[in-house]
Design a protein around this ligand. Sequence first.
Ligand SMILES: Nc1ccn([C@@H]2O[C@H](COP(=O)(O)OP(=O)(O)OP(=O)(O)O)[C@@H](O)[C@H]2O)c(=O)n1
Ligand SMILES: O=P(O)(O)OC[C@@H](O)[C@@H](O)[C@@H](O)CO
Length: 278
Amino acid sequence: MDPGPAGAAGPAEPGPGVRGAGPAAPASSLAVAAVLPAGGSGERMGVPTPKQFCRVLERPLISYTLQALERVCWIKDIVVSVTRENMEVMKDIIQKYQHERVSLVEAGVTRHRSIFNGLKALAEDQPDSKLSKPEVVIIHDAVRPFVEEDMLLKVATAAKEHGAAGAIRPLVSTVISPSADGCLDHSLERARHRASEMPQAFLYDVIYAAYQQCSDYDLEFGTECLQLALKYCHVKAKLVEGSPDLWKVTYKRDLYAAESIIKGMFGLVTLSSCVSEM
Ligand SMILES: Nc1ccn([C@@H]2O[C@H](COP(=O)(O)OP(=O)(O)OP(=O)(O)O)[C@@H](O)[C@H]2O)c(=O)n1
Ligand SMILES: O=P(O)(O)OC[C@@H](O)[C@@H](O)[C@@H](O)CO
């Protein structure tokens, strides 16, 4: 995967999510690390390049997410789960964009397994590891580039108090439950439900214990870390209303949206390489 044309450093600072002076940091004694699952194939994007490596304004999408997290001084370590085949691409991105505090682990075949691998790297019993076990761990999808410090602070602080916390957003569409014959069984009252987004944060011991107990079925088919904390550790996550920018880049249109948000900050008019290949 080509991480981008040589020398094309893409937009300089400030990147997306920059808003003046950041919020106050959590108590300096609170050790916080982040796990970024980035081992997916991006099938729904419909292009050969996994979406986390698709370039937006000549810069890989994941680099924007790393930039957003690196702006947060109280996040000590960022562990990124990447497939073996993309490990060199990821190392090139880290070097080209001078990302710091980033450690790489091998991704798993599912998102939960990728996250679990990231958590294992932070466990204190890892030999030869420069990483230390955090008190709170933030889990954030690598394809959600527009995360701001105040949201990270809110979920980390809430996780310290409640054991788990996660961003939520109002539902745009009503959720329905189909019957076996493909007809409507029932619909959920939209006002009483929310969409689960990222970032999420956990007391490290809670989420690591949850993943260690996790069934193969949950590791294979689950999509919700908050549910693992509830099911295996009986921890009810605090839900934190997030901004509209927390959405996950999933389809082609999302690359256009990400590009327009970033262009809006720089007035640039350049098609992202994945978008122009479409
Ligand atoms: N085995 C996997 C699958 C997904 N992810 C990561 O989890 C995040 C959110 O998952 P999703 O949007 O589903 O990414 P993909 O699985 O790549 O997308 P798709 O389902 O369209 O293939 C992404 O950063 C993705 O790279 C991961 O680390 N390991
Ligand atoms: O792997 P998928 O993109 O289907 O799922 C990821 C999302 O479920 C997840 O990021 C949020 O819903 C919060 O859990």
